[in-house]
Design a protein around this ligand. Structure first.
Ligand SMILES: Cc1cc2nc3c(=O)[nH]c(=O)nc-3n(C[C@H](O)[C@H](O)[C@H](O)COP(=O)(O)O)c2cc1C
Length: 649
């Protein structure tokens, strides 16, 4: 048969093994290992799901090769403890039994070890060693790594590699990028040494990496594939550029079977290493493409990739030989399989909201905004078909209602979903015109498609009333009727200047000068959208700060966008009236000021439609409430609740 994406579908030999296609699951570590750093069944199931989803290789990640000095996060798989062997072996088996290569990342945090993220029970702060002595911005002292320690760590990379080979892994991935130890040695920003590992020549900066690769090769033997992850450039003034990276790649060429080119560093250019929703898809691919021109070994690229056509073009045009994905395979672990089958319209696209990375630190859990299976990969295997198929009526076609409908229908229930308006999507509909929300807007189509595949009957322009419920006589009524935007009761609120943030995508005329009333996440993102569109935007917020409901990873990036786009921010100010000139605000002391505006975008929150819910509470034997009609919530909560509501029926 002729495949839709023949280049992505083609195999590739690396070392003495074959990648079954060109789509690889990049390393993603989550803290669901034991306090000792042993792989749990749950963690193995996480890796297994992406092998099952068709990835050619799946990388288990950050195994630390030298635990005393190398931890960068709260918990790690400690490769110096043979106790990890059983868990690693099970994890490797669970990847391999689905035809993917089991890959495993060997890492060392260097100067960042024991700092910031390393707060777990394994993470007793020890002396931090980097290539050179320095003081980190958070006040942590870094010692210059003595040569004996360099040699010990080089050796420990080899010992770690031997252990993972014994556990059955098919390949190893040496982490030489993202600002961790190997990267620190190569970076002129952190390497100020004057010895043979020092900063005066590229060869010296690369020496540590080359010795690590030799040590790993000696441990795993010839033919065993070694992947090396490097950053193609450092976007800081003192960092290295692509020309240095090319030299680095050439020095490593004979020692590496697959060179993965990423970008930036975890600690100082997070949004480049993990491109945010404001960046273009594949924004780091050019670095891999440049390096590929200078080496003969296969090169992999990474960063905000999830679009089959773009990924096919990357391979077809010779920019890279392999595409690697991390977040895209949380949102949809079956993406590679869907690409192989040409079912790309069924791919659920990562929205780059950073919930995964924020929750990993904030609550030390694994979660994906738009895939409720993530974090529950193990238990989700036991989701049973319905023992007794029931008739289920879902009132409301927002994300929560649709997710409930999909899950219930997939389990064998007969599901009818009614949506009062003429279109599915609920609160997501308002994202249509916002370029950086394209993938979240696309979730509407994904859920609709999933509903149709699962056999859900969809009725648009149909309000669920008591009468309709009586006629349909469902066993279970799911009320997912959403919320309505709040309009503050201030003079002038009926002015034609007022536009609801929810209606920004409806083609309503917006003036040149815009004031956003309400600087939460929605208001702040609306401000970015309008400023990108050339408007002069001011955000007015009652609290001391804006976007406080954004997660810890997204918020700094959003604030940076607000800064870059020169959006004015007025905090501690309350909108008290709208007049001819614009919005009249008052500060905490009641001092008034007018902020000129042609349009005032109102973004002060949502009120659950409780009256509608209350009117339906006794309409069916079992009534379940889902989504914004319970309390206004993020899409993550709506989908998560919807999924479990569907399982509970
Ligand atoms: C939740 C999460 C955990 C990650 N953990 C690791 C890790 O342990 N080691 C590593 O090298 N990279 C890690 N990364 C970075 C990814 O491998 C990848 O480089 C980055 O997310 C950019 O790719 P993407 O745009 O496809 O997500 C992680 C990324 C995410 C989202």
């Amino acid at each position: 048969m002729v495949r839709k994406y023949p280049n992505l579908a083609s195999p590739l030999k690396i070392g003495n093994v074959n990648l079954r296609n060109r789509m690889v699951s990049a390393p993603m570590a989550f803290p669901d290992i034991t306090a000792e750093g042993y792989v749990t069944k749950e963690a193995a199931a996480f890796y297994e799901l992406r092998a099952k989803g068709g990835a050619a290789a799946v990388a288990l990640s950050e195994c630390i090769v030298h635990i005393k000095t190398g931890m960068s996060h709260s918990k790690h798989i400690n490769l110096q403890d043979e106790g990890v062997l059983a868990g690693l072996t099970e994890a490797a088996r669970s990847i391999k039994r689905h035809g993917a290569l089991a890959n495993v990342e060997l890492s060392h945090g260097g100067k960042y070890a024991g700092v910031d993220l390393a707060k777990g029970s394994q993470g007793q702060t020890r002396t931090r060693y980097g290539p050179s002595a320095e003081m980190l911005p958070n006040g942590s002292k870094v010692e210059e790594m003595p040569k004996e320690l360099i040699h010990e760590i080089v050796e420990s990379f080899g010992q770690g590699a031997a252990l993972v080979k014994r556990a059955g892994f098919d390949m190893v991935l040496v982490h030489g990028g993202h600002g961790w130890l190997i990267h620190q040695f190569f970076s002129p920003a952190s390497n100020k040494r004057t010895d043979e590992y020092g900063c005066d020549t590229i060869e010296n900066r690369a020496r540590f990496a080359l010795e690590v690769l030799d040590s790993v090769r000696e441990a795993v033997g010839p033919g065993f594939p070694i992947e090396f992850r490097m950053s193609g450039e450092e976007p800081t003034a003192a960092g290295y550029d692509i020309n240095d990276a090319i030299q680095f790649a050439k020095l490593m060429e004979s020692k590496v079977d697959l060179l993965q080119v990423s970008a930036g560093a975890h600690e100082d250019s997070f949004a480049i290493t993990h491109p945010s929703m404001f960046a273009a898809r594949g924004c780091n691919v050019h670095l891999a493409a440049e390096i590929k021109k200078h080496v003969k070994i296969p090169v992999a690229c990474i960063g905000a990739l999830n679009e089959p056509e773009q990924m096919e073009d990357i391979i077809a045009s010779g920019k890279a030989d392999v595409v690697e994905m991390a977040r895209a395979l949380l949102a949809d672990p079956f993406l590679p399989k869907k690409v192989m089958l040409g079912q790309d319209d069924e791919i659920v696209k990562c929205i780059r909201c950073f919930t995964c990375l924020a929750e990993r630190v904030h609550t030390q859990t694994r979660i994906c905004s738009i895939n409720p299976i993530i974090g529950r990969e193990y238990e989700s295997r036991f989701a049973l078909p319905a023992s007794e198929p029931k008739k289920v009526l879902v009132a409301g076609g927002g994300p929560g209602g649709m997710e409930t409908a999909v899950t219930a229908a997939q389990r064998g229930h007969k599901v009818v979903l009614c949506e009062k308006s003429g279109a599915l999507g609920g609160a997501l509909k308002c994202l249509k015109a916002i370029s950086f929300k394209k993938d979240l807007y696309g979730l509407i189509k994904s859920l609709e498609l999933q509903m149709r595949k699962a056999g859900v009957e969809i009725r648009l322009n149909t309000e669920v009333t008591q009468g309709l419920v009586e006629r349909e006589a469902p066993a279970v009524l799911v009320v997912a009727v959403g919320a309505a935007p709040i309009l503050p009761a201030i003079p002038g609120i009926e002015s034609p200047k007022i536009v609801l943030a929810n209606n920004l995508s409806e083609g309503i005329a917006i003036g040149k000068k815009v004031v956003i009333l309400g600087g939460g996440l929605v208001g702040s993102e609306s401000a970015v959208h309008l400023a990108q569109d050339g408007r002069d935007v001011t955000v007015v917020e009652m609290m001391k700060e804006i976007a406080i409901d954004a997660n810890a990873r997204h918020r700094p990036i959003l604030l940076n966008m607000i800064d870059k786009l020169k959006i004015k921010v007025e905090t501690g100010m309350k909108g008290i009236k709208i007049n001819e000139e614009g919005l009249v605000c008052a500060d905490a002391k009641g001092k008034e000021r007018v902020i000129e505006a042609d349009t005032v975008v109102c973004s002060v929150g949502q009120l659950p439609l409780r009256e509608v819910v209350n009117g339906l509470l006794d309409a069916a034997p079992e009534v379940v409430q889902v989504g914004d009609c319970v309390k206004p919530q993020k899409v993550t909560e709506a989908l998560y609740r919807g999924y479990h509501a569907g399982l509970d029926i």
